[in-house]
Write a protein that binds this ligand. Sequence first.
Ligand SMILES: NC(=O)c1ccc[n+]([C@@H]2O[C@H](COP(=O)([O-])OP(=O)(O)OC[C@H]3O[C@@H](n4cnc5c(N)ncnc54)[C@H](OP(=O)(O)O)[C@@H]3O)[C@@H](O)[C@H]2O)c1
Length: 326
Amino acid sequence: MKALVCEAYGPIDTLVVKDIPSPVPGPKQVLIEVKAAAVNFPDALMVQGLYQVKPPLPFTPGAEIAGIVTAVGAEAKHFKPGDRVIALTSTGGFAEECLADVHRVMPLPKTMDFDSGAALVLTYCTSLHALKDCGHLQPGETLVVLGAAGGVGISAIEIGKAMGARVIAAASSEDKLDLCRKVGADETVNYSTENLKDRINELTAGKGADVVYDPVGGPYTEPAVRALAWRGRLLIIGFAAGEIPKIPLNLALLKERSLVGVYWGDSTKHDPGGHLANLHQLNDWFAAGKIRPVVSERFSLAAAGDAIAKIANRQVKGKIVVNPTA
Ligand SMILES: NC(=O)c1ccc[n+]([C@@H]2O[C@H](COP(=O)([O-])OP(=O)(O)OC[C@H]3O[C@@H](n4cnc5c(N)ncnc54)[C@H](OP(=O)(O)O)[C@@H]3O)[C@@H](O)[C@H]2O)c1
């Protein structure tokens, strides 16, 4: 089968598409013909050796897929060849076939296409876990989403609205903010041209935001923390800007603000029941039309490296997917 392969950690343009042996499922695994594999920011970090997880080389990146089961292991009784599924794989997704552990495979809802299925789980589960379990976002509260037109950002806007919050989307261009408004943002801030702290204070009549969802870091975090209300919460999702900010802790003390770390992947191991409940909630919201992954571009397997470069270069709106067997 053909797969995108990282042979050595380094620049994204060193990734190659080549023939490698088809994988064989272990007892608790299924083999999936990959119809769609979503691109996530950690893919770009991982192939450069910059992510907290460093898979043994060589490896194929690609953390979430949707496709059709083609073979099942002896103990993988819940699935059979022909089933349409979504799977979280951590690696291996940018390939014609991919193995998945059965406990990370779920049926693709009947009304969902493969691209949406691949683009749903990682970002929407991260945002629901962040906003509900870590941020305790309440109806009527004000949520500010940074990097709001990116993968996790769009999901945070939609989930924030589904939870009854007023959502202020912040991003770096008018084009990106247009998309944020289309998916439901009530207000927007262009943080390349406007002062983030002043604008949030203006939009909240001086009170500040109740929750800030921050997948970006860099120069944006501190002004956003300074614009948090009394007992506001900063949700630390990631550092797409490349720099991990250092926040003066008096900013937390002065208004009893909380700085809350979010690590969705590990949270599913600590609280599998909570994760399952969140998946059901997302399924219900999808069925009700309240959440809808925005797939802005599709790539062939041959161009999968370009797709990863695009997310690393801040050029993606919503989600992009690779279609290895299209
Ligand atoms: N904690 C968790 O459990 C968890 C789970 C999933 C993802 N994450 C993290 O969340 C972050 C975002 O992931 P994503 O998949 O949503 O990525 P994404 O689609 O690329 O969105 C990230 C956004 O960050 C902004 N950004 C600012 N400076 C940037 C730069 N120098 N390079 C790239 N982007 C920059 C961009 O928006 P503007 O141009 O509008 O600024 C971009 O849209 C990543 O750090 C990822 O590792 C964390």
